[in-house]
Design a protein around this ligand. Structure first.
Ligand SMILES: C[S@@+](CC[C@H](N)C(=O)[O-])C[C@H]1O[C@@H](n2cnc3c(N)ncnc32)[C@H](O)[C@@H]1O
Length: 428
């Protein structure tokens, strides 16, 4: 049972340990000031564990101290936070506040092209959320968090797509579900909230093929994610035994511009890489990026257009599906897995790299690491009418597609890594 007193004791005890570990590992104490923009750099797993213990207890303490009414209102109004942060990102406000100095709202408004009154109100709202500080009336400087926004392009790219398109789709989910529920004879209902936001297109991949600005933001978002520790392709490299791959063929299905294979290149110095995607632009980006790689890697790598709903034409040894199945419903996932079978040789390995849903019952999620998979599940529902899955869900779908798929094991997904690697083999 969590009581106020017990939670405070946990926080005191863990904070004392955290301070000690920070000292031992030469990591600076966290601070709200600008120089605290990248705390915990170089932390090890123990330090991370203690930090998250504090976050969990502090979040429960906050909930108890606030009471249900404040929590309900905060939940209901959280879209104002997303919207405000979207304004800050879209108008590059953080990038235009000087490091180590300050700027008046009038000068900043001229730089970012917003009316001063709107900018001032947006900035003051943002200050309330820990972004920026108002050092004197109308004068603004960086806080630790706004400095992190200004300094970290990948975080900005992730946050921009999240606060613009993704937020719009999430907010239209209740309306979408209501329309689906009230479906009348012959009436067109949206397949996903995506279709209410982008009514011209059937799905996001068709939309991206026709909307270059959106496609650019989506790819920057994807690339930005890969550059963070959470989503790094290095997590996949660490989570499976690549040492014995030798000169086998690795097929990255829906591999986009090939960043997963590029991350595996060092661990598999003799492997052949075949990157398949339906998107010609992504494949071309990959070909261009590959041109500066070593001649050996260039020779072993190919980019091939392939629709994964069509029968697989390449007989590889290892197939990677990274961040693919969560975009699709159970029926579509089974179709993709059935379409793979014509390419499969006896003993072929299929690796699914995805975040994994925890087994029920659900619990309060107090730390972002725990909540992230649930947030992604809501994204998938709103964007694709897709879903995140548990290991058990994957096993069920593979077996439904073909009884010859055998579940082997699940690895990774620890120490802050979002994805796990779920391994199957095809036993013909
Ligand atoms: C979420 S991205 C994942 C990309 C990459 N695997 C990664 O982990 O970053 C989904 C990818 O699936 C591709 N895709 C969508 N529909 C496809 C289809 N029918 N056949 C092949 N690829 C497809 C998209 O173009 C996109 O590159």
């Amino acid at each position: 049972m969590s009581s106020l007193g017990a939670l405070v004791s946990t926080i005191v005890e863990k904070t004392t340990t955290l301070s000690l570990l920070l000292g031992q590992q030469n990591v600076a104490q966290p601070t709200f000031t600008e120089d605290g923009h990248n705390p915990y750099q170089g932390e090890n797993a123990d330090l991370r564990q203690i930090r998250y213990d504090i976050v969990r207890a502090a979040q429960d303490l906050l909930r108890l101290a606030q009471g249900p009414e404040d929590q309900i209102l905060q939940l209901a109004w959280s879209s104002a936070d997303t919207s405000n942060f979207g304004v800050i990102l879209q108008f590059k406000v953080a990038e235009n506040v000087p490091f180590g100095g300050s700027v008046t709202s009038a000068d900043l408004a001229a730089k970012v092209g917003l009316p001063e009154d709107v900018l001032l109100r947006s900035l003051r709202y943002a200050v309330g959320n820990g972004l920026f500080v108002e050092t004197a009336p109308g004068v603004f400087a960086h806080s630790a968090t706004s400095a992190a926004v200004a300094r970290n392009q990948s975080l900005r790219d992730i946050a921009l797509a999240s606060t613009l398109e993704q937020a719009q789709m999430l907010l239209r989910l209740p309306e979408t579900l209501a329309l689906q529920q009230q479906k009348k004879e012959g009436a067109e209902v949206p397949y996903a909230a995506f279709n209410l936001v982008f009514p011209k297109y059937e799905n996001i991949f068709e939309c991206l093929a026709k909307e270059p600005e959106l496609a650019m933001r989506y790819h920057l978002y994807m690339m930005g994610r890969v550059k963070t520790d959470r989503w790094s392709t290095a997590n996949m490299v660490k989570s499976w035994d690549w040492a014995n791959v030798g000169s086998k063929a690795i097929v990255d299905v829906g591999g986009s511009a090939g960043h997963t294979c590029m991350a595996l290149a060092e661990a598999c110095p003799e492997a052949k890489f075949i990157i398949q995607d339906v998107d010609k632009v992504a494949l071309e980006q990959g070909r261009q990026a590959l041109s500066s790689a070593s001649p050996s890697l260039v020779e072993r790598t190919s980019f091939v257009q392939h629709d994964f709903f069509q029968p697989q034409t390449v007989s590889g040894d290892i197939y990677i599906f990274r961040h693919i199945f969560h975009d699709w419903s159970d029926d579509d996932t089974v179709r993709i897995l059935k379409a793979l079978v014509p390419g499969l040789i006896n003993g072929a390995t299929i690796l699914v790299s995805e975040g994994i849903m925890p087994e029920p019952p659900a619990t309060r999620t107090n730390a972002l690491d725990e909540k992230q998979i649930l947030i992604e599940d809501m994204f998938m529902l709103a964007v694709h009418n897709g879903r995140e899955r548990s290991v058990e869900d994957f096993v069920k779908l593979f077996k439904q597609a073909d009884a010859r798929y055998e579940y082997i094991t699940t690895t990774g997904g620890t120490d802050g890594a979002f994805q796990s690697t779920v391994e199957f083999k095809f036993k013909a």
